[in-house]
Design a binder for this molecule. Structure first.
Ligand code: URA
Length: 212
């Protein structure tokens, strides 16, 4: 597989195992939703590995000691509507204090320009490290546009977290936003003529919300 700068493929056995069931066409809505959430939790664990720690004094039942806590870094999760919503609860399992922004976009068929139909980000986003969420990185168009929108609010940093990435999407995203770290569980083969990832898992939004 080609390697991309700033792209991290999470090959943890638990993630890969769950991804197999996520891909399976016979997995129903309930299980699909649970799997997306569980994978998001596991990916969140890896994607927050670089959070800085600081020392604090703690008194155990035995004695005083010095231990670590996360050094005041604040996070915001920003799902891209609608499939990104499926990842939010899994992320919040590990970081319940994170704020959640939402971005909804579509591409105008004539102008090909992104149209923002929803944009609500935390007011204090300048103090936050942002993780943008979308389970599928296909052409990269939505991720690129969403990250461009988030950048306008000047967060401290931005990461992008997806479950499956297409090489085309990684190429495009890392070219436009080389400063953004991208985390995924798999890099698949290619896009088909309709922009679906192969082998992929089909339409993530439809499978999460049962709208197939
Ligand atoms: N979005 C999806 O949900 N699936 C794909 O394969 C591509 C984009």
């Amino acid at each position: 597989m080609q390697s991309y700068k700033n792209v991290f493929v999470m090959d943890h056995p638990l993630i890969q195992h769950k991804l197999t069931f996520l891909r399976d066409a016979s997995t129903g809505t309930k299980n699909f939703r649970e799997l997306v959430s569980e994978i998001a939790t596991l990916m969140c664990y890896e994607a927050t590995r670089d959070l800085p720690l600081m020392d604090v004094e703690t008194v155990t039942p035995m004695q005083k000691t010095t231990t670590k806590v996360i050094a005041g870094r604040k996070l915001a999760f920003v799902p891209i509507l609608r499939a990104g919503l499926g990842m939010v609860d899994g992320m919040l399992n590990l970081v319940p204090s994170a704020k959640v922004g939402h971005i909804g976009l579509y591409r105008d068929h004539e102008t090909l320009k992104p149209v923002e139909y929803y944009n609500k980000l935390p007011q204090d986003i300048e103090e936050r490290d942002v993780i943008v969420l979308d389970p599928m990185l296909a052409t990269g168009g939505s991720a690129i546009d969403a990250i461009t929108i988030v950048k306008r609010s000047h967060p401290k940093s931005i990461k992008f977290l997806c479950v499956i990435a297409a090489p085309e999407g990684l190429e495009a995203l890392t070219a436009v936003h080389p400063d953004v770290q991208v985390y995924c569980a798999a890099v698949d083969e290619k896009l088909n003529e309709n922009g679906y990832i192969l082998p992929g898992l089909g339409d993530a939004g439809d499978r999460i919300f049962g709208t197939i």
